[in-house]
Design a protein around this ligand. Structure first.
Ligand SMILES: N[C@@H](CCC(=O)N[C@@H](CSS)C(=O)NCC(=O)O)C(=O)O
Length: 301
């Protein structure tokens, strides 16, 4: 959008000269080739976030587990370093080809928590893109390349994600929030995993879940962010794609309740266990390390 806004005044200026002004062929060609180049720049940089021209951002979807994966990259850095949040094994190859098409250098495959409904894509990605490190919180007790904690910063080029501990859906849940300050995208973006969903929240009935913790996490760590912060959850079951802190503070049917009513609501959701839990739980405790271990074992024998 920003690119086009820069272009339109130029077109306007050229087209609204005095009536006697006639554009020659060269001027017309330059006008439209400039427009084409700038439109392509927008397209290849993905969804433009206002004031965030250096940030590439793409929301990706996996339809069986209704999971969102997020790809972010610093396009202003010569290497185009990138991170992928909550990849799914089923769509790992899709994500890898996108990363290759765009010439990005993936450095981190990150998880917001140990997922129970799908196997993380970090194992496949690590085996197909050398040098990528898997990332998860220390509090999740999972094995990974890089353990992160509340307050850590995950840098990719000149952009960073701030780690906020948001336990409640699982004990190790974190929310990754884009940084604040010069060169960081505005508005901020919060990748909330299953802690805060759009008009909902993660269940709290297994994996060390706690309705009290989830309520406190959302109110103290997410609702304290600037109101225009964009909320990008790990799942949506209704077709929503994005929300804001302001919207969820006003309209989230669970998190607008007082804590006691919230706890009662969460105790009575009566949701069936995720179909994949027995496979996904143990696999995700290895956070992608298992593929590397299997490969090492295979090449040794
Ligand atoms: N039916 C799905 C699992 C649906 C589910 O339980 N979703 C979780 C997040 S994935 S563990 C959740 O917290 N849902 C909250 C809600 O209110 O729906 C399956 O079998 O995989």
């Amino acid at each position: 959008m920003l690119q086009l806004r820069l272009t339109l005044p130029r077109i306007h200026g050229l087209l609204h000269r005095s009536p006697s002004t006639v554009l020659n062929n060269k001027q017309v060609l330059s006008l439209f080739s400039g427009l084409k180049a700038q439109s392509l720049a927008v397209a290849s940089y993905g969804t433009a976030v206002e004031g965030s021209q250096r940030l590439f951002f793409r929301q990706l979807f996996e339809g069986e587990s209704f999971t969102y994966t997020y790809l972010l990259a610093d396009m202003a850095h010569p290497d185009k370093p990138a991170v992928l949040i909550d990849p799914v094994d089923q769509t790992a190859d899709r994500d890898i080809s996108l990363i290759k098409d765009l010439g990005l250098k993936l450095i981190y495959a990150m998880n917001t928590h140990v997922h129970a409904d799908h196997v993380t894509g970090t194992g496949i990605i690590k085996s197909k893109i050398p040098g990528v490190k898997s990332v998860i919180s220390r509090a999740s007790n999972a094995k990974t390349d890089l353990l992160i904690e509340h307050g850590d910063k995950v840098n990719f080029g000149g952009v960073y994600l701030e780690v906020r501990a948001t336990p409640g859906h699982t004990a190790g849940c974190v929310t990754y929030v884009t940084g604040s300050g010069p060169c960081q995208p505005t508005p901020r973006m919060a990748f909330t995993g299953d802690t805060l969903l759009i008009r909902g929240c993660g269940r709290t009935d297994f994996q060390g879940g706690s309705a009290h913790q989830l309520y406190q996490s959302v109110h103290s760590q997410i609702f304290k962010l600037p109101k225009d912060t964009l909320i990008y959850p790990a799942h949506d079951y209704k077709g929503f794609t994005v929300s804001t802190v302001r919207e969820e503070m006003l309209y989230n049917p669970r998190l607008t309740l007082d804590e006691e009513t919230f706890k009662h609501t969460m105790e009575n959701l009566n949701l069936p266990y995720p179909k994949m839990i027995d496979i996904a739980g143990p696999a995700n405790m290895l956070c992608g390390i298992q593929d590397v271990a299997i490969k090492a074992k295979a090449s040794a024998s």
